[in-house]
Design a protein around this ligand. Structure first.
Ligand code: UDP
Length: 321
């Protein structure tokens, strides 16, 4: 069977990154190149941008393919690792693109798994804390099955990723391919889109222009924010591990959106005031990863304090606004 063309055979490991022009995919690409991988990034640029990979133009270890990963993926030559990062990931993106979101999580994951199987490559799925829905268990451990409204506005993302996890395990069990599943919690850093609607770019953009900061609902809902370099390091370690069940990667530093708004106002020295806007339907009330498994398995935990991560992120957004 296709299985054992081992990663160790290639001199430079060859990695395929779906969603390679996105926020996380482009940071992963940078890390892989720095570790001596050759990287083939595939992206249909629906939410990704060539700006995120422009600095790699002319790098002989890097290749970009403009393709939708829900279409058949054909690549010549060996592949050692498939990192499946492609998906809209911000609530306003998947509200606008519910069908594409469902397709990339289902058909796209199927195609990416097919590529991994065909090449005998190891496969990593980027899943999400969204599979826990509006969680009734807190903090969330990997053994929690979640509380998802299947037919609500976020269902397209939650269910596409739940399906993606299921098909990844099916390929692992039926075809014996090596698979990894990371459940990513809220992450921030340079290369987020200023207008992607997520709370980090929204608040920073508003603060930099001294516009009102839009706190949804009463602002008592919580999130826990992880800086992008910490997240990517954790994902890299997971791929290189031998563990095939899901692993949470995120920062357990939990805060309310009101606290976060004040943090952003302080960090930008903004004159913005807070305004409240309606809470979107099914907005999870609380979210914090239990990262005990990642600590034990990967010797990983986040090291970038919120203040430092925000400083770098704010500098990035200042340069672009
Ligand atoms: N949020 C907010 N104001 C905004 C954007 C988001 O208060 O302008 C809140 C949102 O309701 C949620 C949290 O911030 O409770 C995080 O939202 P985000 O869209 O970043 O991602 P989520 O964690 O919900 O997937």
């Amino acid at each position: 069977m296709a299985k054992k063309k081992s990663a160790a055979k290639s001199v430079a490991p060859i990695s395929v990154v779906t969603g390679g022009a996105g926020f996380l995919g482009s940071h992963l690409t940078d890390l892989l190149l720095s570790k001596g991988h050759q990287v083939i990034a595939i992206d249909n640029l629906v939410t990704g941008s060539t700006d995120n990979i422009a600095h790699l133009a002319g790098n002989p270890a890097f290749r970009f393919i403009h393709q939708d990963v829900t279409e058949f993926l054909f690549l010549e030559g060996p592949v050692d690792y498939v990192w499946h990062f492609a998906s809209p990931a911000s609530p306003i993106d998947y509200l606008e693109l519910p069908i594409q979101t469902l397709k990339v999580g289902s058909l796209g994951t199927h195609k990416a798994l097919g590529l991994a199987r065909n090449k005998g490559a190891r496969f990593l799925l980027t899943s999400t804390s969204e599979i826990y829905g509006d969680p009734l268990e807190h903090p969330q451990t990997e053994s929690y099955w979640g509380n998802v409204n299947i037919i609500g506005p976020r269902g397209c993302y939650d269910e596409s990723k739940r399906f993606a996890e299921a098909i990844t395990m099916a390929y692992n069990r039926q075809h014996g391919i090596e698979t990894r599943i990371v459940r990513i919690f809220n992450t921030y850093g340079p290369r987020m889109r200023l207008n992607d609607g997520r709370v980090v770019p929204a608040f920073i953009g508003q603060a930099l222009e001294n516009k009102p900061i839009t706190v949804f609902g009463d602002g008592k809902q919580t999130r826990s924010f992880c800086y992008v370099s910490d997240l990517i390091e954790g994902i890299y370690r997971l791929m290189m591990s031998d563990y095939s069940l899901p692993v949470n990667i995120g920062n357990p530093n939990e805060m309310t959106m009101l606290e976060f708004a004040r943090e952003i106002i302080g960090a930008t020295r903004s004159k913005s005031r807070l305004v409240h806007r309606p809470l979107p339907q099914d907005d999870p009330k609380q979210r914090r990863p239990d990262i005990g498994l990642a600590e034990k398995l990967l010797g990983w935990k986040p090291v970038v304090p919120l203040k430092d991560g925000l400083e770098t992120t704010i500098k990035y957004f200042r340069g672009r606004s």
